[in-house]
Design a protein around this ligand. Structure first.
Ligand code: HEM
Length: 486
């Protein structure tokens, strides 16, 4: 990719880099691919992001195609923008790619009052379900059992856990949204999971990136057609479900997010202005379904890979599990406090896997003055999460998988404010507490039941930690052997 760089002189008065980068190259630019070998580490030290931020500081402009992006790099700049200056950096960018995903409806990609209504409703509904008849914790535990059974059926032989993990995680958000889970071999469910998985990949491809930066030409060439069709199929499924549910709906029997939304819609029907319409329902459900499936399952798949790569860490987690849980006793959220080592490993897993390195782009609602620069209203801003999760000034060994990043000398769990995989501030992940609960219960439940080994003939050195680039960073496909512990 041809690229030229220079400092100052342009109207935004931040330093600037000119390039024709695509998202794929953009990702590789900012990426610190996990590795422990020194040679790779040195390579990464010299990664472009490092060079860019060292040369241009914690804030710089990237010219990508005809667009200008402002990049915020490192813990201090990202935190200051997203937390201290939350209002100034708290809007979602308007990009062709985001439009495609949302038509600016729903919760992830919307702005203004619409976004406020959807976010408030989503957070409170997730909270209410957490305390409901069957708590979210119990729903996750059901899924841990189902996933464990399906792993068992492979009898310790090598298999690719990708779709099983995705199905288990997706079932958690499905039971929250739709009020029911699916069998893993249900063909309709299988299709939904594949559609999501395919879109996650497509979002990182050159075609779609080209569409994002040259939407007019992209549209003419139909570069975005596959994604568009997949989204339409997902929306059709949700719409059919909503139609059916409307016929059965009873205010005394609210079993899922969709029911709760329909009730809210009814309550708001007398208001002259309401955002609780069908389009926002469909897109909000799509947002939750997609965000609730891909991210958490990708993290768990990194977890299995890392446990195969670092058997001594896997063993220490299992020893801690054995100390606190009887064989067959399902882990519960309460157990987390008693298990600092496991907690540290899960945090480190999220830091190291860095699955949303570019974050979701934000934008400035007005002209914003930040660290001596003027960022014009409407500029796309990337608060770079990889630069926080791998910030040299915040982590002892940023490029190593090292649970000690979250442990003090007595083995107690310690927080680190630069742990920001969910981003921070007013647009921070709305599913953070759900995701944390899922990660703990799935990870602990799986390691309680199984020890993960690479397939025969594959050594731990062979295991590849270089991620594949899509919308998120996913592990390169791998097989595992899940040997029962008892
Ligand atoms: C937004 C990460 C799981 C729902 C985000 C953002 C990140 C993120 C980086 C963008 C924040 C920003 O713009 O500053 C993750 C990670 C997860 C995870 C790493 C799991 C390991 C989930 C789950 C749900 C969810 C399970 C479902 C309930 C959302 C929503 C938003 C969001 C609705 C949009 C928030 C807004 O714009 O107001 N997430 N997420 N996420 N996430 Fe997650």
């Amino acid at each position: 990719t041809a690229m030229s760089a220079g400092v100052g002189g342009d109207e935004s008065s931040t330093s600037f880099i000119s390039s024709n980068l695509g998202l794929e190259s953009l990702m590789s630019t900012f990426l610190h691919p996990p590795a422990e070998e020194t040679s790779q580490q040195q390579d990464m030290e010299q990664s472009l992001n490092q060079q860019l931020s060292e040369k241009y500081g914690e804030i710089y402009t990237l010219h990508v195609g005809p667009r200008k992006l402002v990049v915020l790099s490192g813990y201090k700049a990202v935190k200051e923008a997203l937390v201290t200056r939350a209002e100034d950096f708290g809007e979602r960018a308007n990009t062709p790619m985001f439009d495609l995903a949302s038509n600016r409806h729903g919760v992830i990609f919307s702005n203004g009052e619409l976004w406020k209504s959807m976010r408030r409703f989503t957070l409170s509904t997730l909270r209410d379900f957490g305390m409901g008849k069957k708590s979210i914790e119990a729903k996750i535990q059901d899924e841990v059992i189902a996933l464990t059974e399906s792993f068992k059926s492979h009898n310790g032989k090598p298999f690719n856990a990708h779709l099983l993990v995705n199905s288990a995680v997706s079932n958690v958000i499905c039971s929250i949204i739709f009020g029911n889970r699916f069998e893993y071999d249900d063909p309709t469910f299988g299709k939904l999971i594949r559609l999501l998985d395919e879109n996650t990949k497509l979002f990182g491809t050159r075609k779609v990136v080209l569409y994002n930066y040259y939407p007019f030409i992209g549209s003419l060439l139909g570069l975005h057609n596959n994604i568009k069709q997949n989204i339409q199929n997902l929306k059709d499924f949700i719409l059919n479900f909503v139609k059916k549910r409307k016929l059965e709906f009873s205010a005394n029997d609210i079993t899922g997010y969709i029911d709760a939304y329909l009730m809210k819609q009814e309550q708001e029907s007398t208001k002259t202005e309401t955002y609780f319409d069908e389009e926002n329902l469909i897109y909000t459900v799509l947002d939750l379904f997609a965000a609730g499936t891909e991210t958490t399952s990708t993290t768990i798949r990194w977890g299995i890979l890392l446990m195969m790569k670092y058997p001594e860490i896997q063993k220490r987690v299992q020893d801690e599990i054995k100390t606190h849980l009887k064989p067959g006793q399902l882990p519960s959220v309460e157990d987390r406090k008693k298990m600092p080592y496991t907690d540290a490993v899960i945090h480190e897993l999220q830091r190291f896997a860095n699955i949303v390195p570019l974050n979701l782009s934000h934008t400035t609602p007005t002209d914003v003055y930040f660290r001596g620069y003027c960022i014009p209203k409407g500029t796309e801003v990337i608060p770079l999460l990889s630069s926080v999760l791998y910030d040299k000034t915040q982590w002892k060994t940023p490029y190593q998988f090292n649970p000690n990043h979250f442990l003090d000398k007595d083995g107690k769990f310690v927080r680190n404010d630069a742990f920001m995989p969910f981003s921070a501030g007013r647009r921070a992940c709305a599913g953070e507490s759900l995701a944390k609960m899922e990660l703990f219960l799935f990870f602990t439940g799986l390691l309680q039941a199984f020890t993960f080994y690479p397939p025969p003939g594959v050594s731990r050195e062979d295991l590849n930690l270089v991620p594949r680039i899509g919308f998120t960073l996913v592990p390169t496909p791998y097989k595992t052997c899940a040997k029962l512990n008892y």
